[in-house]
Write a new protein. Sequence first.
Length: 134
Amino acid sequence: MPEYIKKKFVTVKRSSAGLGLFADGDIKKNGLVVEYRGRVVPNKIADDMDSKYLFEINSRKTIDGSTRKNIARYINHSCKPNCEPEIKKGRVFIFAKKNIKAGEEITYDYGKEYFNHYIKPYGCRCFYCVNNGH
């Protein structure tokens, strides 16, 4: 397991949207930032769960990332994200879309369905929207 997955290069702290995940050191474009972890549950069960930490990996399975051991759960949504998730062999990895500087918040786009259900009704609090009046 790469060192940075062991929390070496990321830290949880306050952000504009609550708690967030931040880079402790510079992260290169296309670099692996962290893995989204949790127990894998059938989508039928996930559909009935009351959790904001569900990550669907295919038409049958979802990762329940609600455990606090899953530091990727602290990654906030952004309308102009610096990372993106990739699903590989049933696992979810978060990769940098661009070079990320130490101290910068790690973000990705949660997707239209999540955005419309959980974020839009209250207004987006991502750095981009807050600073551009959206």
